[in-house]
Design a protein around this ligand. Sequence first.
Ligand code: B4P
Length: 190
Amino acid sequence: MNIILFGPPAAGKGTQAKRLVTEFGFIQLSTGDMLRAARSAGTELGQRVANIMDSGQLVSDEIVIELIEEQLDTHKGAPGFIFDGFPRTVPQAEALDATLKSRGMEVDAVIRLQVDEDSLLDRVTKRFEEQGRDDDNPETFKKRLDAYNAQTAPLLPIYAERQKLAQVDGMRSIEEVSAEIDSVLAKLEG
Ligand code: B4P
């Protein structure tokens, strides 16, 4: 199964993706984690994306599509992928469809974590205090939210039209959100 975890910044996509890896053996493909790893390693790519990420904008479609394709090649034959933070634009979604199709796969479901803006801000503020992630300060967070609303949210009606969209209340505890995601996955398997 190939699942997209969808939602605004700090909705809990990464939190849930990591759990699904541990419990079900999915391969997690997080473009955010890949970009942060490139930055920490000081690669040429990392240096190119650092300012964009710190400003709260999206890095270019070409960069993230290439990262995803590399990972799909690395994990050929994996039983399923969790796409975490990808796709974030219409061209990324189209590229994902095409690259999965060329490998005999498709998107099976898009799980949308719904969290209101006040709660998102509370979460990033807490993480900023605890971990100091550069793009979690309230000013940059507002820009990340604007980017989500302008460039990522338009994917929702597209996946809804394709009957791939499952809505999950992301405002509850991590355990309760996990349980709701598990019941979505169980229905898909059933
Ligand atoms: P990401 O790394 O994807 O950042 P995110 O949206 O903040 O993460 P997520 O939703 O996974 O939140 P998390 O579980 O960590 O992107 C960062 C940047 O990279 C982007 O701004 C962009 O510049 C670039 N980028 C990444 N992908 C891209 C793409 N495809 N195209 C272009 N650019 C791209 O949870 C957040 C916090 O909430 C955590 O502290 C967690 O503990 C807490 N939390 C989670 N669930 C909770 C719950 N139920 N209750 C309470 N707290 C909870």
